[in-house]
Design a protein. Structure first.
Length: 136
């Protein structure tokens, strides 16, 4: 067929994107790994990873700290401390800001080591906020 490289199937692009999503999901999940000993993992599948407080810290129940969710079109990273204090987002790079969806969500199509490092710093500040507010 015209426009297609020899030896490649039309479905190869879908497979490549799925591989990138898997890598992005794993990389984003790794950002939360160091907090697992302080928080509780409530979902850990190939599509969902949720991390919440162990104590009943908000309205008598646990409070979501963060999540990584893989859907058909992207992988999202949710950092709930940004709801408690939007000023945590001050100073984030323009590149990370372009990934931001709403107040506390960042969407990715592929892994990005530099942006994942920046999210790790932001997550650390968010964890410190939860600690200061006795939400853990």
């Amino acid at each position: 067929m015209p426009g297609r490289k020899p030896g490649r199937r039309a479905s190869d692009g879908v497979s490549d994107r799925a591989d990138e999503f898997v890598k992005a999901f794993h990389g984003l999940k790794t950002v939360f790994a160091k907090y697992e000993k302080y928080l509780q993992v409530t979902a850990d599948t190939r599509e969902k990873y949720y991390l919440q407080t162990r104590s009943p810290s908000y309205r008598g129940g646990p409070l979501l700290f963060g999540a990584v969710i893989r859907v058909r079109a992207y992988v999202s990273f949710h950092l709930m401390p940004l709801y408690w204090d939007p000023s945590l987002a001050k100073g984030i790079s323009a590149n990370l800001k372009t990934r931001m969806q709403g107040k506390s969500c960042f969407n990715f199509l592929a892994p990005d080591a530099a942006l994942f490092r920046e999210l790790a710093q932001l997550t650390s500040r968010g964890f410190a906020l939860y600690k200061r507010k006795n939400l853990l």
